[in-house]
Design a binder for this molecule. Sequence first.
Ligand SMILES: [Zn+2]
Length: 263
Amino acid sequence: MERRFEYLTSPQLKEHIARKSLVILGIGTIEEHGDHLPTGTDLFITQRFMDDLRERLDADGSVPFLTLPAIWTGYSAKLMQAWPGTIRMDTRTVMDMMRQIIGSLAEMGFDKIMVLNGHGHHAELLRVVARELSDDHGIAPAVINILSLGVKPYNAVRKGAAGGSIHGGEDETSVMLHYGYEIDPALYTDVDHVKVHTDFVAGDNYIGSTRVFWSTWHYNPSKTGLLGDPTPSAPEAGRVLVEACLDETVRFAREYWSFRPGG
Ligand SMILES: [Zn+2]
C-alpha cells in the first residue's frame, strides 16, 4: 500500500482521515558535519530512518499511517557557519513553518501527528510548537528525536566516551556507515586530523549535562566543525542504534495512535 502522503489523491486522503491515520513528518537539516560527513547527514539519517520505519509499520500492520517528505532545512547555532555548508534559518521561522504544516494537517482532520527530528538543535523548538498546536487545535503532536531513542543498547556497544557521540561523532558516523555511506577512513580515524572534542560535553560538571540548560555550543572549541569523537565509529554500532530506535518508534506509534482518552 502506498504510504507516502504526496502520492495519494484527495479522496484517498479522505479515507485516511476517516481511519484517523497517523501522519509521520520528518525534519533534518543541512549543516557542516566536519571533514568526513556530508552536510546532509541529519537529513539523510531522517530520510533513511523514515524509509525503514515505513517498512516496519507496514509489517506490524496495527497502525494506519502516512509519511510526508522530510524537511531539509532548519535552525543551526550561528557558530556552525564558521565552516561552509550550514544553511541556517531563524528559530521562529522553523517554528512557524512546523506550526503551519502540522496545523494544516489538523485542519484537514488528522489528529495524530508524529514528528521525527534528525537534528539536535530542533528539539526544544519542536516541543514549543507541539504545545502551541495543542492550544490551537486540541491535538497532541509527538516529537521523537530519532537517535535518542536507542541510547541504552547503543551505550553498550559504542567504543568511545559518551561525550564522543555528539555532532559528527561516533553515533552519527556509525549510523552513516551502517547506511552504506562511503567515508575515507583516514578522514575519521586519524585522531590528529579530526581533533576530537569530548571533554567539553562529558564529565561531572554542568557543561553538557541535562540538569540545567545553557547553550554551550557558543563556546565550542572545535577547529574542524566536529563536537565529538568519530574515531571509534563502526557500522555495527550504527546498526544497533538504528534497530533500537526503530523498535522503540514502532512501539511508541502503536501506543500513541491507539491512545484515545474518553473515546
Ligand atoms: Zn548531525
